[in-house]
Design a protein around this ligand. Structure first.
Ligand code: SF4
Ligand code: SF4
Length: 75
């Protein structure tokens, strides 16, 4: 199972919890500010994401949506 996430930049407060707990180290802090003045986190789509949803569980602002991609058998 692979996955990807979307982070709502206006909910994010840059607390880094998602980054600390992501087993694939697939989230990093950007130099972009949101309207509240926080540097926001973003998904690094070149990194490995399993869709495990640990980041979404850890996020205190409920800013992360997780999507899982099911592999299809192409035989
Ligand atoms: S779903 Fe899992 S692997 Fe993907 S970014 Fe979140 S914590 Fe990391
Ligand atoms: S845990 Fe949530 S609020 Fe904290 S940096 Fe990650 S997305 Fe932003």
């Amino acid at each position: 199972m692979k996955g990807f996430i979307r982070i709502d930049p206006e909910r994010c407060k840059g607390c880094s919890l998602c980054m600390e707990y992501c087993p694939g180290h697939a989230i990093s802090l950007t130099n972009r500010l949101n309207l509240k003045g926080y540097f926001v986190a973003d998904f690094e789509d070149k990194k490995e994401c399993t869709g495990c949803a640990v980041c979404a569980v850890m996020c205190p602002e409920v800013a992360i949506e997780v999507y899982q991609i099911e592999k299809t058998d192409e035989r």
